[in-house]
Write a protein that binds this ligand. Structure first.
Ligand SMILES: [Zn+2]
Ligand SMILES: [Zn+2]
Length: 407
């Protein structure tokens, strides 16, 4: 804007002086979780209860991602009269006693029921500019059955974040076909609604649904869960299946060398189902932290696509910097904590394999590119145990995003 226009515009009240001279905000870190269930599908919390859990603990953004449903219809849920059922009277009481509860209740033929809040109502109640952002989500939950006498179901679960219209599960001729149908539908929706919508492949090892070779062939998406807080998702793999950390590098090698597809980025989520105790799928186990100028889905998505975020199952970072010649990071250290920082990836060559380029102890580390790397990313491992380990001895970690050195 030409400066001689400023006095005129401010005089007309079209622009305040502070707006006219406000510098672009500095990017900052925003913490969020993009995989959460509620009573809208198989979670055991009222949507209001779930959102409160995250907002009260300092999360900046959250997506409720129920299986094959958007939170938009009029839906009444029975309150349990005995133990074991999903909505216990205690939870209803806690919500009713909270500040400005949204909850409505009724009694039908002697059964007490409460209405599940719609996404739009939750946004109105909980979203606060610059403080907390509730984004729409759905876990598009498909399954592909391999043929023949040995045939079995392969779960293919993909979260769609930011969508305005329901995306149905896909049927296809293979796992790769199902993956691409859903990611294509997400990309088409982003185009038609004109605002950010992104997908992430969930828990590829759940039910050994999606192999790294399948994952590599996702055309219209770049995100997958390297960590999922549900204890049944087999992130660590087993004797016949690599863990998600190794799958990530193997998939990226294939994408860069043969398939000519962009780097996959690893995210971490809760996949919360249980809010009231129990070890299976509680909240607060995995999250992402995104460096963006403002707390809105377009800014967050843009930063995530550029790889400017990290994933965590407990370790938090202070800073992260990639230059044309090096990759460096600094982690926050808690009392009694010892950290190991590894730079991992693959080297160029005939048959690249995942490698560890360097390992060091301490809160910060830097890696200087040698020129022969295909891609490089970092992994930070703490000595502190994870509160809900999926394998014995699992400790807290953080993952940063792979880069193509020199670009
Ligand atoms: Zn799932
Ligand atoms: Zn889920």
């Amino acid at each position: 804007m030409r400066s001689n226009l400023l006095p005129i515009l401010t005089a007309l009240g079209l622009l305040s002086l502070s707006q006219a001279f406000a510098p672009d905000p500095e990017p900052r870190w925003w913490k969020g979780n993009t995989h959460t269930h509620t009573l809208w599908s198989d979670g055991n919390a009222l949507p209001e209860y779930a959102v409160t859990w995250y907002k009260d603990r300092g999360y900046h953004f959250l997506a409720l991602t129920d299986h094959n449903i958007l939170q938009e219809s009029e839906t009444w849920f029975p309150v349990a009269t005995a133990g074991g059922a999903r909505l216990q009277p205690d939870q209803v009481k806690a919500v009713l006693e909270s500040k400005n509860p949204l909850l409505e209740e009724r009694t039908r033929e002697g059964q007490r029921e409460v209405r599940l809040n719609r996404h739009t109502e939750l946004v109105q109640r909980f979203s606060e500019p610059g403080k907390f952002l509730l984004v729409p989500g759905e876990e598009v939950t498909s399954s592909w059955r391999s043929p023949g006498p040995e045939g079995r179901g392969h779960p293919v679960h993909i979260n769609a974040i930011g969508l305005e219209a329901f995306i149905p599960p896909a049927r296809g001729t293979s796992v790769v076909d199902v993956l691409n149908q859903v990611f294509d539908a997400i990309a088409a929706q982003e185009k038609s609604q004109g605002s950010s919508v992104f997908g992430h492949l969930n828990h590829p090892n759940f039910g050994w649904g999606v192999s790294w070779e399948d994952m590599a062939r996702i055309r219209a998406g770049i995100f997958f869960e390297v960590f999922n807080g549900h204890t049944g998702t087999a992130d660590a793999g087993n004797e016949n299946h690599p863990g998600t950390d190794e799958m990530w590098d193997r998939a990226n090698i294939l994408r860069l060398t043969e398939l000519k597809l962009p780097l996959l980025r690893g995210i971490s989520t809760d996949d919360t189902h249980h809010y009231h105790g129990g070890k299976v799928a509680g909240p607060g186990r995995g999250w992402i932290v995104v460096r963006a100028k403002s707390l809105d889905l377009d800014s967050l998505t843009q930063a995530m696509r550029a790889g400017d975020f990290y994933s965590s199952s407990g370790v938090d970072l202070q800073d992260l910097k990639v230059t044309p010649t090096s990759y460096s990071l600094q982690a926050k250290v808690r009392e009694g904590e010892a950290l190991t920082i590894e730079f991992v990836g693959a080297r160029k060559g005939d048959a690249p394999e995942p490698v560890v380029f360097s390992t060091s102890q301490g809160a910060e580390a830097s890696y200087t590119f040698q020129g022969d790397e295909l891609f490089v990313r970092a992994r930070v491992t703490s000595n502190l145990p994870h509160p809900a380990p999926k394998v014995e001895g699992e400790t807290q970690r953080a993952w940063t995003q792979p880069v193509l050195p020199g670009r």
